[in-house]
Design a protein around this ligand. Structure first.
Ligand code: ADP
Length: 485
C-alpha cells in the first residue's frame, strides 16, 4: 500500500544518509510493524543542513527570489500536496495511527489551504515610510529572520509542519524542519515535493531524528536564527533555555489542559457532541483537546449519562476502516502513559463511566477505548496534567463564576470551549478565560487565517494568520536617508 516511503535526510534538495550511518525505526502503531528505518540526524548532519540553508540566504539564491515567484512556488507546492494527498494521507495514517478519514479528509485539505493562504502573503510583505523629524527619509524593510528551525510533534505531523514551514518560506526564510521521531515520513516527502515544484536547494531541508540529538543540535546551532517549536511544555522549557545561549528568536506552542464548559442552558445534544469531538478527535492527542469538561450542576447527571453513552459508541478500529473513530495511540510508550493516568484517576476516586480499557485490533496495535471520568476534582492529576490521549475529566461546577475560576485553575492556556444559549454569558466567558483560543458553541475549529497559540505555560507566539507570520518570520530594519545636502 505505501509507496514513496522516503527514509533518508533531505538536505540541499538531495537525499543523504546520516554522517555516521545511523538510523531509527518508524513503526505503524496500529500493527506494530516496522514501516522504515530512517536516517537519524546528529549534530554533524544538522551542521550540513544549516550550511545548506545559509547558502540559500544570499541574494542570488532563495533570499533574492522575486516575491511573486516565491508566491507561485508556494502555490505550486499546495497543488503538489493536493495531487499526492492520497499517498500523504496513507503515510500519515501508517506513521501516526490516526484514522485515514482524518488524515485524508481533514489534515490534508487544511495543509493545502495553508500553503495557499501563505502563498498569498509572500508578495504582500512590505515596510512603511515613516515621517521623522529632520531632513530625512525613513523607511522600514521587513526582512526574513534567516535560517529558521522548525521542530514539530507527532500528533498532526504534516499539518503542524505546514503551520510553520509555509509562513516561514512565504517570508523568505530558509527552513530546517525536524519532524518528530515517531512520525518523520510525510515531512520527508514534503521536502521532496518542494524541490519537484522548483524550490531551490537549501530553502527547505528536513532532518529526521531524535529530540535530544537532532532537535537539540538545531536549537544550539549558532547559525540558526529562530526556532519555531510545537511540543510539550516540558521540552519547550528546555528549548527556551538552550536557545538563550545564542539568543535565538523563539516561539513555542505547547501543551494544554483545555476546559470545555457546558452551562445549564446549553443545547445539550450539541454540547455532548462537542465535548466528544473535543476530547476524542485525533485520539485526544491534540494540544487543544478539551480534556476538562466543566458542567453546571443542574444538567450534570443528564450530561454525564449522555456523554458516557456517546463515548461508548466511539468505534476503536483499524485506522484504514471508514467506520473507525478512534485509531491507534501513536506508540506503546504513549499508551502506557495514558493507561497510567487511567489508573491514577481510579486511585484518586474519580468515577469511570466509560472506556478505560487497553485493547487491540486483530490482536495487534496500541489502542484504548474512549474514556470518561465523572466526579473529577480540580486537584486530581487527571484534571491537572496533560494526558494526550482519549481521556475526559468531567468536573461539576456551581455556576458561571465557578466555571471561569475552575477553567483558569491550570498552568496552561491554549484553548477553551463554552456551550450556552446566553450570548452575554458566552462573550463574558470568552473574555475571562485565559487561553489563546475560545470556541463558543463549537470546538476544534481552525483556519489558516485565524491565529492559534497559547497563554501562560502553553507558550507564546502564534501560528496561522498573516500578522503572526510577519511577527515570527520577519524582522524590521529601519533605514535613514539624508535628503538635503
Ligand atoms: P510530544 O509530547 O508531543 O512527544 P515533545 O516535546 O517530546 O512532544 O516533542 C516535540 C518535538 O520536540 C519532537 O520533534 C521532539 O523530537 C523534539 N524534542 C524533544 N526533545 C528535544 C530537545 N531537547 N531539544 C529539541 N527538540 C526536542
Amino acid at each position: 500500500m505505501l509507496q514513496n516511503v522516503r527514509n533518508r535526510m533531505w538536505i540541499g534538495n538531495e537525499w543523504v544518509d546520516a554522517n555516521d550511518g545511523g538510523t531509527f525505526e518508524t513503526v505503524n502503531p496500529a500493527t506494530g510493524e516496522r514501516i522504515a528505518d530512517v536516517a537519524s540526524a546528529q549534530a554533524a548532519d544538522v551542521d550540513k543542513a544549516v550550511a545548506s540553508a545559509r547558502a540559500a540566504m544570499v541574494d542570488k539564491g532563495w533570499r533574492g527570489m522575486n516575491p511573486h515567484k516565491r508566491s507561485k512556488l508556494l502555490w505550486k507546492l499546495a497543488d503538489a500536496i493536493e495531487a499526492n494527498a492520497d499517498e500523504l494521507g496513507a503515510l500519515e495514517t501508517a506513521d501516526n495511527g490516526k484514522p485515514y478519514f482524518e488524515a485524508r479528509k481533514v489534515d490534508l485539505p487544511s495543509v493545502v489551504e495553508n500553503f495557499r493562504y501563505f502563498a498569498g502573503l509572500a508578495d504582500k510583505i512590505q515596510g512603511d515610510t515613516i515621517p521623522v523629524a529632520g531632513p530625512f527619509l525613513n523607511y522600514t524593510l521587513r526582512e526574513p529572520v534567516g535560517v529558521v528551525g522548525c521542530i514539530t510533534p507527532w500528533n498532526f505531523p504534516l499539518s503542524l509542519a505546514a503551520w510553520k514551514v509555509a509562513p516561514a518560506l512565504a517570508c523568505g526564510n530558509a527552513v530546517i524542519l525536524k519532524p518528530a521521531e515517531q512520525t518523520p515520513l510525510t515531512a520527508l516527502r514534503l521536502g521532496e515535493l518542494a524541490a519537484e515544484v522548483g524550490f531551490p536547494p537549501g530553502a527547505l531541508n528536513v532532518v529526521p531524528g531524535f529530540g535530544e540529538s537532532a532537535g537539540a543540535a538545531l536549537v544550539r546551532h549558532p547559525d540558526v536564527d529562530a526556532i519555531a517549536f510545537t511540543g510539550s511544555t516540558e521540552v519547550g522549557k528546555i528549548v527556551m533555555r538552550e536557545a538563550a545561549e545564542t539568543l535565538k528568536k523563539v516561539s513555542l506552542e505547547l501543551g494544554g489542559k483545555s476546559p470545555n464548559i457546558v452551562l445549564a442552558d446549553a443545547d445539550l445534544k450539541s454540547a455532548v457532541r462537542g465535548a466528544s469531538t473535543g476530547i476524542f478527535y485525533g485520539k485526544g492527542e491534540v494540544c487543544a483537546a478539551g480534556s476538562r469538561v466543566l458542567v453546571e450542576r443542574p444538567i450534570y447527571d443528564e450530561f454525564v449519562a449522555a456523554f458516557a453513552e456517546r463515548a461508548s459508541k466511539a468505534t476503536v478500529g483499524d485506522p484504514m476502516d471508514e467506520g473507525t473513530r478512534l485509531g491507534a495511540i501513536v506508540s506503546e510508550e504513549q499508551l502506557d502513559r495514558v493507561m497510567a493516568y487511567v489508573e491514577a484517576g481510579k486511585a484518586e476516586g474519580a468515577r469511570l463511566v466509560s472506556g478505560g480499557e487497553r485493547t487491540t485490533v486483530d490482536g495487534k496495535g496500541n489502542f484504548v477505548t474512549a474514556t470518561v471520568f465523572a466526579d473529577v476534582a480540580s486537584e486530581m492529576r487527571i484534571a491537572r496534567e496533560e494526558i494526550f490521549g482519549p481521556v475526559a475529566a468531567v468536573i461539576p461546577v456551581d455556576d458561571v463564576e465557578d466555571a471561569i475560576r475552575t477553567a483558569n485553575d491550570t498552568i496552561y492556556g491554549l484553548a477553551a470551549g463554552v456551550w450556552t444559549r446566553d450570548i452575554g454569558k458566552a462573550h463574558r466567558v470568552a473574555r475571562e478565560i485565559q487561553a489563546g483560543t475560545v470556541w463558543i458553541n463549537t470546538y476544534n475549529q481552525y483556519d489558516s487565517a485565524s491565529p492559534f497559540g497559547g497563554y501562560k505555560q502553553s507558550g507564546f507566539g502564534r501560528d496561522l494568520g498573516y500578522a503572526a507570520a510577519l511577527d515570527k518570520y520577519t524582522q524590521t530594519k529601519s533605514v535613514w536617508v539624508a535628503v538635503d545636502g
